[in-house]
Design a protein. Structure first.
Length: 312
């Protein structure tokens, strides 16, 4: 069973408009509200791939109940740690031919007692888990090394961790002795970690960047290149992944869908090529749907065959 962790979930609201008018009224007709946060996007795609998955994290209030109800509607198992504070909202405005403007609430403030109780709660969930994904930001009140504490607990259970976060939480995880098994930084995050600007279209620069000592001990590093595909490192082997041209409807959640593909294929002990092709396929399929963190499994085989993976 795969366990997905969403420490700061939200109700994700998608507002598509032809043109975003600043300092004016913008009316929308097609509003979508989903159980969101990066980790819950991961959860839905894993579920759509037919794999056993349970969602956990911290939720509270009426919005937390809304999230649980939406997961119940989708027949997705969940086991959250509950607090008495309200879960947050997140708004994505899709406008002007593919642009995306996000408005993100910070979420609840977690105190020391709650943080320690959650770690105990989390440890109790690990017994039947074969792989863990951890996604998104940490709620206020948690130390930057909180994911690192969770990774240490997870590795004590001999379970792999795929981490998709950014900023201080990501850096803390890389500097800790117990490192995640996989990370997937974007261009900005990669440059911040190595403190150097790079041209991600230059594969030699990418190879050098991913060989930086800060990544020592990380089994997998996957970097999205947008429409150009991705670049990955598994131990000492580098891969360039190319994807076909597709019609993008909604890019929100494509990175989370990519992580879902990585989780499923790594948990199944697939080879490197299949792992990367699966990840890019789930990422692509998400962009082809209106709904966030959603794929059409019937299209999987068709687009899987269109992904090209080459050693570099």
């Amino acid at each position: 069973m795969i366990l997905t962790v969403t420490m700061n979930p939200s109700i994700d609201m998608s507002y598509p408009v032809d043109h975003l008018k600043i300092d004016d009224v913008n009316r929308v007709t097609d509003v979508r509200k989903t159980a969101g946060g990066k980790g819950l996007n991961v959860t839905r795609v894993i579920h759509q791939l037919g794999k056993s998955v349970v969602a956990t994290g911290i939720i509270g209030g009426y919005f937390g109940k809304f999230i649980e109800a939406r997961l119940d509607d989708d027949k997705i198992k969940h086991d959250f740690f509950r607090i008495n504070q309200e879960t947050r909202n997140s708004i994505a405005i899709l406008h002007d031919d593919g642009k995306q403007t996000e408005i993100l609430e910070p979420g609840p403030q977690i105190n020391t007692e709650q943080s320690q109780s959650f770690l105990q709660y989390y440890q109790s969930l690990l017994k039947n888990c074969s792989l863990i994904t951890m996604s998104g930001s940490l709620p206020r009140g948690l130390n930057d090394d909180f994911y690192s504490q969770m990774i240490k607990i997870t590795h004590m259970n001999s379970t792999k961790v795929l981490l998709d976060t950014s900023g201080a939480a990501l850096k803390a995880a890389l500097l800790n002795d117990d490192k995640p098994n996989l990370i997937k930084p974007n261009e900005e995050e990669l440059q911040q970690l190595i403190n150097k600007n790079i041209d991600i279209s230059d594969l030699d620069q990418l190879k050098l960047a991913l060989s930086n000592s800060i990544f020592d001990g990380i089994e997998w590093i996957c970097v999205s290149l947008g429409g150009a595909g991705a670049f990955a490192k598994h131990f000492n082997q580098f891969y360039q992944i190319k994807i076909p041209k597709i019609s993008v409807i909604n890019p929100v959640g494509s990175g989370d869908s990519t992580l879902a593909g990585l989780a499923v294929s790594i948990e199944e002990n697939r080879n490197d090529i299949d792992i990367l092709k699966t990840a890019m396929t789930t990422g692509m399929l998400n962009t082809m749907e209106k709904q966030t963190g959603f794929i059409n499994p019937d299209l999987f085989d068709e687009y899987f065959e269109k992904v090209q993976v080459n050693k570099r």
